[in-house]
Design a protein around this ligand. Sequence first.
Ligand code: 5AD
Ligand code: SF4
Length: 467
Amino acid sequence: MEHLEIDSMSQAFSEGDASATPSRKVFVKTYGCQMNVYDSQRMTDALAADGYVATEAMEEADLVLLNTCHIREKAAEKVYSELGRIREIKRERERTGAEMLIGVTGCVAQAEGREIIRRAPVVDLVIGPQTYHRLPDALRKARVGEKTVDTDYAVEDKFEHLPQPKSAEIARRGVTAFLSVQEGCDKFCTFCVVPYTRGAEVSRPVSQILAEAERLVAAGMREITLLGQNVNAWRAEGPDGKDWGLGRLLFRLADIPGLARLRYTTSHPRDMDDELIAAHRDLCSLMPYLHLPVQAGSDRILKAMNRRHKAADYLALIERIRTARPDIAMSGDFIVGFPGETDEDFEATLNIVREVGYAQAFSFKYSPRPGTPGAEMKDHVPETLKDERLQRLQALLAEQQHAFTQSRVGMRFDVLIDKPGRRAGQKAGRSPWLQPVIIDERAGEIGDIIPVRITRTEASTLFAETL
Ligand code: 5AD
Ligand code: SF4
């Protein structure tokens, strides 16, 4: 799935509006991509209406939800080891007479369904990514001892029923937000489980997207990142009755007063059309950063991966994008050790990286996923060779990232202040290219966009003085 990989992280949500019922506590742990981060928040919203407030301490939770990722074997296995740990915590809690329900959601839930309860009987509910609005229902059943496995989906239903937070709640979540516009994938790259776990590509209707964006901005959001497994495959009928693509949608969103910054992730090279490139040229609120995974540099491997383009097509595309928006920072995903990958193929990956020059990138060892064509292929690459290639690739990518960060020193640009700094006297923000920027806390308020000059760097963090 073409998205940034976030390390498994526990989601700390600020407290929802407790209703009249005595409040129960929910602990949500999110694995994987930003779509899961977004979904975790929607689940918390759905549960808030049911009287649940979020907690960061699993020990005090009446409900534990693991929102899971199935993209690589390691990600999926983590869930089972976490469930083992949770079982012990639940036992402790039950000793004090308190309840603890356990739910597995997300892509492992979708892929493994009932098997999860067989392997981990402690689990009370298994819910796939499209049916989170039915969560309160499943909980009522769980409380009377009835287990739920709900993985039947129509993604249109999900968009239809997306729980929405109250404005006051949005305001507590900072000044940057995700907004889901598209789900699923029809590309069927041969390594990837996403077309199976998230289903076919579905685009959210324009009216719903605009309504959510306007609500977010009214609640104080300054930056919105549009999300989709294949976000640039988004297509829907516009209010003018015409067929809109993502480019058109971005032009429309850029008209919302107060919405200062737009981003989108994650994209497939085959869906970068002219209007989307024009949006990068014409919209100053569309940030100059593009996550555009290529996965590999060898045409033979690209073909085996079913990426349906050649290395040269990708390079030509980047050339066009850079002509439209010269300061754009490129980001990507790479897989090493796909079945049949030779030394020469791997060199081609290093070469494409050298040609593009990435500001940031994510790279992974190929992990065979059950049910995908890749898993059935011959000539799997030995693990030690995968390790070696990953190390070489990551060294090159780290060098490029370092060069990009360094090249910001002395530059002047606008920073969106988005949170207090870690140290006293500091505030933190984001550069147009997504790097964290540290400034003096008196430089402005959270939500302000202020001009700065970069004075130095520390790893990938920029330090700035105000102008
Ligand atoms: N093995 C390794 N990496 C994978 N990805 C997707 N499927 C696999 C797999 N089976 C990577 C791709 C994708 C990113 C989110 O995860 O690079 O873009
Ligand atoms: Fe997976 Fe390929 Fe679809 Fe991305 S485009 S989600 S890598 S199948």
